[in-house]
Design a protein around this ligand. Structure first.
Ligand SMILES: *[C@@H]1O[C@H](CO)[C@@H](O)[C@H](O)[C@H]1NC(C)=O
Ligand SMILES: *[C@@H]1O[C@H](CO)[C@@H](O)[C@H](O)[C@H]1NC(C)=O
Length: 262
């Protein structure tokens, strides 16, 4: 015999809440103080709701980290956004994000002024929000395996931002994917990648991404860029560092700035 787990929302709806309401009504009839209390609580909840819904980027950050359930460089991109704006200025007007939880990041980027944003979600989307489904339906976010050529013309985007995704690729595939990222961008690629030894969400990771993340050192990455004839963008590195210092921002992920192909 199989037992189905009880759905807690069903249980509440099935009558659990009715006695609760009755109790409140009972008491409020007897005590005017309680009804005043309820009005005050209601007002506080309403104000709280208004504040949280105007939270914009900060609520976006929460969404991302919640989805990932652990350290996430996609969430880090949002934290770094003001610094990226300083380093890239106008180049941030047409952005492609590549990485897990792309929907959350793209929705946040679309709230920015003068920013168009698209996303590539490299892995199956399971259990996504209605908002994400809408972005996918409109083709703003695509689910695509980044081991294969990207479905965009050369220089389709000013800036390509990648988070987490490359950590799951072996050097053989990186060799194909990195030049693709350079091909579809015009003003550069920004790579957010985990530090070696960084704690990652483990649950279902291998099932979802095909292999566990391999977090490589910065010297490994730099050697790989040189091998693939991709140059670091010194001016972007410098501007990013200056803006980080000014805002006392310390990235929780490694950040690399590469040039697009001329
Ligand atoms: C990647 O490409 C570089 C240069 O084209 C080559 O030297 C290197 O062996 C390649 N690595 C792999 C794992 O295919
Ligand atoms: C280097 O970065 C700057 C932003 O700091 C950007 O405007 C420029 O286009 C980048 N250069 C290349 C070749 O990607």
């Amino acid at each position: 015999m199989s037992r189905r787990p009880v759905n807690p929302t069903r249980r509440l709806g099935d009558g659990g809440s009715i006695p609760f309401v009755a109790t409140i009504q009972d008491k409020s009839r007897n005590s005017p103080l309680l009804s005043i209390g309820l009005v005050v609580v209601g007002a506080i909840l309403l104000i709280g709701y208004c504040y949280s819904s105007s939270g914009g980027a900060s609520s976006g950050i929460k969404d991302v980290s919640k989805l990932e359930g652990g350290a996430s460089c996609t969430a880090e991109v949002l934290q770094a956004l003001p610094v990226l704006k300083k380093a890239y200025g106008d180049s941030l007007h047409k952005v492609l994000h590549v990485g897990p939880d792309s929907c959350s990041l793209v929705s946040s980027l679309l709230k920015e002024e003068d920013t168009e944003a698209w996303g590539i979600e490299p892995y199956e989307l399971d259990d996504v929000s209605a908002k994400c489904k809408k972005l996918v339906r409109k083709g703003v976010v695509r689910v695509a395996d980044i081991k294969f050529p990207l479905p965009y013309r050369p220089k389709s985007f000013s800036l390509v931002i990648v988070s987490d995704a490359l950590d799951y690729l072996s050097p053989r595939y990186l060799n194909k994917t990195l030049p693709e990222l350079a091909r579809v961008s015009s003003d550069g690629i920004v790579i957010f990648s985990g530090y070696p030894g960084q704690q990652r969400a483990r649950g279902g990771e291998v099932a979802k991404f095909g292999r566990p993340a391999k977090l490589r050192s910065s010297s490994w990455w730099i050697r790989f860029f040189v091998q693939s004839s991709l140059e670091e963008n010194e001016s972007a590195i410098k501007k990013f560092e200056q803006a980080s210092t000014k805002r006392a921002y310390k990235p929780a992920c490694q950040v690399f700035h590469l040039k697009s192909y001329p």
